[in-house]
Design a protein around this ligand. Structure first.
Ligand code: BYC
Length: 471
């Protein structure tokens, strides 16, 4: 394992200095990345931001805090430490030594998985680029930028793999990652949720709760990959990803807390006039972000995922803790399906049902957030509760893509859906209202009226710390 060289143009712990060809290739991609960051990254001008920078994967090296001008942020390539004894944990190659090179027969599939993962990272930066202008506090602004620079680093992580292991095609794919853009008509991002807008901070908190959490689960499955460099890079990315989910979890906490406060103070549900977000609007945002994030798991049944697993490319969440043969050739699983046009379940082979297996883990995790937010309502003495809508609600991918269903899982005629969708998904009026609250609060120690302050600052600093110096 090489120690990271932070003096390098591209900080890394992959021994770039010893591989001049790779170093040159990445150094020629770097200006394109920086020009993408300048044109598609955060729009709010800043002098510097109190950022966490990874300069090592060990000890506290992954979390060095300090005020940094954003363009000087050091996007580096860091892989978790190598375990020389690591073996493939599942599929037909179970028990073999983990692969240090890409086997020819799996090249196309591995490249595809890495490209899809890589595509989401810059997409989220593009989606969030204008949020700085309406940040509710300097603390939130700093968190937004932290998420953005780390998503940029996660792009670097995938680009490193493409350059180092996939030759010319890999380099071409790395270029394409900078050319597709979120929401573009001509060259959109690959997955649906990454072409949606993140126009306000409630959307940002919901995105970092629900969509970043898909990232956690997908990275968790790629961390199991037999292809060791992919596994090691995902392991380190997951460490950084935890902060993004904290931003989402506590962000929604704080919105719910503030709304609950105003409801209690004024003894009314109708709080829009008091400048906070009514619970039914929060529920609609939750419905939207949860349902588009469910789409990110692919179909309930998928031969792609069965092949990935059998080949050893993509495992299950916490693969090694599963008590089975890790081959699954004789196992079955119940998955959601349309049966004679009705919402039901069918039994399929465990291998083709693996997207469902992962989605179940994800749903259980999402329920934790809802429980937390409901505890805030309960503690405020309020009877209202938030909930996760049914898996058939508002789906564009998988078994329920062709039907419409209510959040309770009742199948609806298209006309009923058209008449009622505004009760369940944010309407233009809801979105305009939420946007009308988004006045920037860029003054140290102050916060917008629609969201409660956080319980803790960053890295032991108080809430009123000078997290960002604006230009
Ligand atoms: N939108 O066989 P199926 C993150 C396509 S987020 C559009 O069921 P499969 C992050 C699919 O490509 C994590 N198209 O799919 C979060 C296939 O097309 P083809 C990102 C979709 O392969 C926040 C067809 O439909 N990482 O890190 O089993 C901020 C049939 O689908 C969608 C990954 O996703 C969609 N939503 O599963 C920043 C991991 N879904 O082949 C970052 C890598 C499916 O018929 N990707 N399709 O043309 C994968 O593991 C899998 O490709 C998927 C899909 C789970 C995405």
């Amino acid at each position: 394992m090489t120690r990271p060289d932070y003096a390098e143009k591209i900080p890394n712990n992959v021994g770039l200095a010893e591989d001049r060809r790779l170093q040159r290739a990445l150094e020629s991609w770097q200006p394109n990345f920086l020009s993408w960051w300048e044109t598609m990254g955060p729009t709010l001008p800043t002098q510097d931001v109190y950022l966490r920078t990874a300069i090592d994967v060990r000890g506290d090296g992954w979390a060095q805090f300090g005020h940094v001008p954003m363009i000087d942020y050091r996007w580096g390539i860091f892989l978790a430490d190598k375990n020389p004894d690591r073996r493939v944990a599942f599929g037909q190659h179970k028990g073999d030594p983990a692969w240090q090179k890409v086997p020819g027969e799996y090249r196309a599939e591995l490249q595809r998985l890495i490209v899809i993962q890589g595509d989401t990272e810059p997409a989220s930066v593009e989606q969030q680029r204008n949020l700085g202008a309406t940040a509710p506090s300097l603390y939130d602004l700093r968190n937004l930028f932290q998420v953005n620079v780390e998503e940029g680093r996660h792009l670097w992580a995938m680009v490193y793999l493409l350059h180092a292991y996939f030759g010319r095609e890999g380099r071409e794919e790395a270029e394409e990652l900078l050319h597709r853009n979120s929401g573009s008509q001509d060259a959109p991002r690959i997955l649906g949720a990454f072409n949606e807008e993140t126009p306000d901070w409630l959307s940002f908190y919901m995105f970092t709760y629900f969509t970043d959490r898909d990232g956690k689960y997908q990275l968790g499955t790629l961390k199991e990959s037999a292809f060791d460099p992919l596994s090691r890079t995902c392991e380190f990315m997951l460490k950084e990803e935890a902060h993004h989910m904290m931003v989402g979890t506590t962000g929604v906490d704080r919105v719910v807390e503030r709304t609950a406060q105003v409801m209690v103070e004024n003894d009314t549900d109708d709080v829009a006039g008091y400048g906070v977000i009514p619970l039914p609007v929060i529920q609609k945002y939750l419905n939207f972000h949860y349902s588009v994030s469910l789409d990110l798991f692919g179909g309930e049944t998928s031969t792609n995922v069965a092949n990935y697993y059998t080949a050893g490319l993509k495992g299950r969440w916490l693969e090694e803790r599963r008590k089975d043969d890790h081959k699954l050739t004789d196992d079955a699983i119940m998955v959601d399906a349309l049966v004679d046009g009705d919402i039901a379940q069918v039994e399929v082979s465990a291998l083709t049902g693996l997207n469902t297996d992962l989605r179940r883990e994800y749903i259980a995790d999402c329920s934790g957030g809802v429980k937390r937010w409901n505890r805030i309502l309960e503690d405020a003495g309020l009877p209202q509760r938030l909930y996760l809508p049914h898996v058939a609600f508002n789906r564009k991918v998988g078994a329920f893509a062709g039907i419409e269903a209510s959040p309770d899982g009742e199948k609806l005629k298209p006309s009923e859906w058209a008449a009622r969708r505004g009760q369940w998904l944010p309407t233009d009026t809801d979105k305009t209202f939420v946007r009308s609250l988004m006045h920037p609060v860029h003054e140290r120690g102050k916060i917008a009226a629609w969201v409660a302050p956080p319980r803790n600052g960053i890295n032991g600093q108080p809430f009123d710390y000078d997290y960002v110096h604006l230009a």
